[in-house]
Ligand binder design. Structure first.
Ligand code: ADP
Length: 481
């Protein structure tokens, strides 16, 4: 497992890339240096030999060597040349007789071959004998003869030279370059490992600093060397900010929940204690207190039910059971169910359907969401009062407006009424009922359906909630539900 982690590490990749670049660069340089080294050396060698042959030719001419005059100086020069190039020198005169041979075996013989003839015509020949690793040269010696006019070829010097020295030299150069290449490879490995760990270090520092963070207030104590590490640090700080908001809201939620759940229990405790501490309690008082206790239990139950609903909904859209719903019928059912409460509160419920609308939605959750809003309209109303529900739609959205003739909501509070446990008038909440979770549930449901809810309210005149929902439900993946 550890080895796989190492293979996937950024450090290893940086190391390999640097190593590859170094090795490639070294190899290209080496190949460039060695390219045709042997060939170039042979060319130079041939030029040197050519100079040598020219000098020999000059000496022969001066000594009238081609006219049969023997010259020790010329012979020893030819011998030196032959020894130095580990080869053989032959000299041919105008009758194609060999007049000098550094091996001394062919003097007096006639030699007519392609090279001699071409040289005789004035051509300086250099031939590389690949297989035998030798250079063959045929060199014309040009001069004037007393008996004849003009310049003419006096003779030809033939040289057969070994290229062994050059070859050894080239092989030696190749061996050395291999050694240098090996040294470069070893240094490159060390350098790449060093650079790899130096380059990766800032990222490791950021990771370590992140590990050390234990609270939301702690900044990353990292001096950001790279723009990329700075981006990571900035992204981390942004994420931390979001998490802090989430954590704050979670903590607030937990403390609100505890408070709300404790209130009915505290009331029950007070009622039960006062019954317990009294003796000879009249049965009427018992009954009255027990009714109060029962009401508090109902309230506790209501809070828990709403809380569970909200928590379930926070889990996301997967909790929705979407189907195509006849919205007109749905609204009729809701108003019918709320009829008794409205009559008791002397509130007129008016349903105004502009057209028949069917939309994709979770009918159970949407019924609860719409009921919450209409029920609020009834609860926070005058006596007598009215609640008017208007249903309309275009080709994309359905629009539901729920207006009431109620107390209205102060402008500053309007933004908060969708928050969990938020109530405008806390002092009367007990007699009116409610948990402060109704609108939070409604908003969450509508957002899960990718819709929107807005509120407009004028104090003393009434409140209007506007709900817009897409007729076709689109899931996250973009598929139609
Ligand atoms: P509750 O259970 O208290 O009704 P909600 O979340 O449904 O909780 O509503 C939050 C608060 O918004 C209510 O306590 C009330 O003060 C205010 N509110 C909601 N609807 C209306 C309305 N139609 N008219 C006036 N105030 C309203």
């Amino acid at each position: 497992m550890k080895i796989f982690g190492f293979l996937r590490s950024f450090r290893l990749r940086v190391f390999l890339i640097l190593l590859l670049i170094a090795v490639l660069a070294a190899e290209v340089m080496r190949m460039g240096m060695l390219y045709n080294l042997y060939g170039r050396q042979l060319e130079q060698y041939a030029v040197q030999l050519g100079v040598e042959l020219r000098i020999c030719g000059d000496r022969m001419r001066e000594a009238d060597f081609f006219d049969g005059v023997s010259s020790e100086a010329v012979n020893s020069r030819l011998q030196q040349l032959s020894d130095r190039c580990e080869g053989r020198v032959l000299v041919v005169d105008s009758g194609f007789h060999i007049i000098a041979d550094t091996w001394q075996t062919a003097v007096g013989r006639i030699l007519i071959d392609r090279n001699v003839i071409e040289a005789w015509r004035g051509k300086k020949l250099v031939r590389r004998d690949e297989g035998a690793d030798r250079i063959r040269m045929a060199w014309p010696v040009v001069g004037t003869r007393e008996s004849e006019e003009g310049e003419q070829t006096l003779g030809v010097i033939l040289l057969n030279a070994s290229t062994d020295t050059m070859k050894h030299y080239a092989q030696e150069a190749e061996r050395r370059s291999l050694l240098i290449g090996l040294l470069i490879l070893i240094s490159a490995i060390f350098l790449a490992a060093l650079l790899g760990s130096l380059l990766v270090r800032p990222f490791e520092r950021v990771a370590r600093a992140m590990d050390d963070v234990v609270s939301f207030d702690q900044d990353l104590p990292v001096v950001s060397d790279y723009r990329e590490t700075k981006q990571i640090v900035d992204a981390f700080h942004t994420l931390r900010g979001r998490l802090k908001v989430l954590d704050d809201s979670r903590q607030e939620f937990v403390s609100n929940v505890s408070h709300e759940l404790k209130t009915p229990i505290a009331s029950i405790k007070v009622l039960a204690d006062s019954l317990n501490t009294q003796t000879d309690v009249p049965i009427e008082l018992y009954k009255e207190f027990m009714q109060d206790i029962s009401a508090e239990v109902d309230r506790e139950n209501e809070i828990i039910t709403d809380l569970l609903e909200l928590v379930r909904m926070e889990q996301g859209g997967s909790a929705l059971h979407v189907e195509n719903v006849d919205v007109n019928t749905l609204l009729e059912q809701i108003t019918k169910r709320l009829g008794p409460l409205a009559r008791k509160s002397e509130v007129d419920l008016i349903l105004d359907s502009k057209r028949s609308v069917s939309a994709d939605m979770d009918p159970v959750k949407m019924t609860l969401a719409i009921t919450n809003v209409i029920e609020n309209g009834i609860k926070y109303n005058k006596r007598p009062g009215w609640v008017r529900i208007v249903l309309d739609a275009d080709h994309q959205y359905m629009k539901l407006t729920i207006s009431d003739s109620g107390t209205g909501i102060p402008e500053a509070e309007q933004a908060h009424i969708f928050e969990r446990f938020y109530r405008v008038d806390k002092s009367h909440s007990k007699e009116i009922g409610g948990t402060g979770l109704g609108l939070a549930i409604t908003r969450k449901t509508i957002l899960l359906h990718r819709g929107s809810i807005d509120v407009k309210s004028v104090m003393g005149e009434g409140t209007t909630f506007t709900i817009q929902l897409p007729l076709v439900y689109i899931r996250d993946t973009g598929e139609k539900a």
